[in-house]
Ligand binder design. Sequence first.
Ligand SMILES: Cc1cc2nc3c(=O)[nH]c(=O)nc-3n(C[C@H](O)[C@H](O)[C@H](O)COP(=O)(O)OP(=O)(O)OC[C@H]3O[C@@H](n4cnc5c(N)ncnc54)[C@H](O)[C@@H]3O)c2cc1C
Length: 603
Amino acid sequence: MPEYLAREHDVLVIGAGGAGLRAAIGASAAGVSVGIVTKSLLGKAHTVMAEGGIAAALANVDERDNWKVHFADTMRGGQYMNNPRMAQIHAQEAPACVRELEAWGAVFDRTKEGKILQRNFGGHKYPRLAHVGDRTGLEMIRTLQDHGIHQGIDVDMECVVLTLLKDGDRVVGAFGYDRERGRFRLYRAKAVVLATGGVGRAYKITSNSWEYTADGLALAYCAGAELMDMEFVQFHPTGMIWPPSVQGILVTEGVRGEGGVLKNKEGRRFMFDDIPPLYKNQTADNPEEGWRYTQGDRAARRPPELLTRDHVARSIVREVREGRGSPHGGVFLDISWIKEKMPNAAEHIKRKLPSMYHQFKQLADIDITKEPMEIGPTTHYMMGGVRVDAESQMSSVPGLFAAGECAAGLHGANRLGGNSLSDLLVFGKRAGEHAAAFANEHPAGQVNSDEVDAAARQALEPFERPSGESPFLIQRDLQEMMQDLVGIVRREEELQKALAELKKLEGRARLAGVTGHREYNPGWHTALDLSNLLTISEAITLAAIERKESRGAHFRDDCPSRDETAGKFNMVIRRGRDGEMQIARVPLPEMPAELKQVIEEMK
Ligand SMILES: Cc1cc2nc3c(=O)[nH]c(=O)nc-3n(C[C@H](O)[C@H](O)[C@H](O)COP(=O)(O)OP(=O)(O)OC[C@H]3O[C@@H](n4cnc5c(N)ncnc54)[C@H](O)[C@@H]3O)c2cc1C
């Protein structure tokens, strides 16, 4: 075995976003040695982009809120495809996790009484999102990072894990390289936590950061773990659409939470036209009631703009398809109208939504205090991911844990806004603690040097094909294909076509070539990302073919209704012995009677 820079820890955490940092703190607090490896710089993980807030039933703004309401909202939002135990743990433990973050120094916005302020968000019955203006992710990362570095956690920045290493069934480490110098790194560990985030870079229009190339899901799949709910890709209803250079950048749901309304080119608030039966009782009858809700009137019900993201995104697509869209193929989101309701509206908007104000002013020359924004759906979040145990977050591979966006189960068919940041805290903590327990209970395993050498050789192959096709072109074609054929509205024949296209793209990726050398070479990085993106795109497509109904974020034009039988199972994907992807329908976990009762009570 050539000499690789080697590191050894009890627990290796892959990813330094909210989930990874919280997992590392949890493991370190249990007394084991912890290393973090992250593709970006510390403090720059995708979580830093999170805007609107962290969902937790603190009941600071409305005392009617509690874990049961949060649990019921999460299950309803996920169309009951969620793992109920995960949804219960999440709702019960999120408040303590937010208070812990506060105790570690997070500077939240405050109520007049000095409590953590909470705001409205889609699908949440009461104001529930603890926030720091519209820069909550930045504050979360800053706080966790400050806390984490004082625990003696080792951090390898700008390093990419390429493969997980196994001893028999069990994970015993990882192998990767540093992006700056291109040198290989070998990580030995008794337990590994994946916290690598999502998959948005498989699509052309996305709010996701460059890191979102589905690495963790592909690493887990290749190591023998199961993936679940891959058909459920969330398209956030409000991304910027104009000018082209900003297409996909997120416009926070906080805009609608503060009273922003959606209108078509005829000036009609089309969200009142179609309110799903599941939400009829909770939705305002008229604009006046909706406005009162956003201003804290406890007797009012939420405006239809704050229905779940899947529904709002599809309503926008309907307006555009039927010829009522905005000039650049979206609809209008207007917060400036609130000047009719409050004298100091411009100042209020700038104070409540500072990032949105600057984002539109600087990138689109739009003053959102004076004029509407043009928006459309953007690929935003992956509900699917590594299938894990609800209590421990361990995957089906012993010693391999997953938390945050790369894990599946909590959100079912559709995630509610704010429920990701709380997911990172609650399940990041659990994953770290259980990984530490696993490391304490198991001696270090053996790393197979042949396996490591093979991974190193494979990583360098693109250099042997200097005249091979550019990996950037292959990635672009993949993104366009996924956007067109496996996007927000799906059809069987298009999905089948996508599978065939994926085979062709895989062939092209095998022949991709790069020029130059190993030291900071973006072409090489992209060539290495490709196989992850392709594997996960295949999993999304396969699951989308297999779910022959429409539910949550998965909309089939050719099967537009919900099918009660299909609603009783999750799609689970694993690698077969022949190396081919296999998909199975696995019954949803049974919901205990006491949780069924909670759902009945909250109807
Ligand atoms: C614009 C925007 C706004 C959002 N706002 C909110 C919000 O207000 N509330 C909310 O709840 N959710 C929000 N979300 C969603 C939420 O931010 C994400 O789901 C969440 O931050 C994911 O966190 P994570 O810890 O799972 O992953 P990340 O924060 O993405 O961290 C992933 C880490 O893994 C590393 N990594 C990836 N692959 C590898 C590899 N191969 N080797 C080594 N390291 C690797 C990355 O470098 C990174 O450090 C928003 C998302 C976006 C895009």
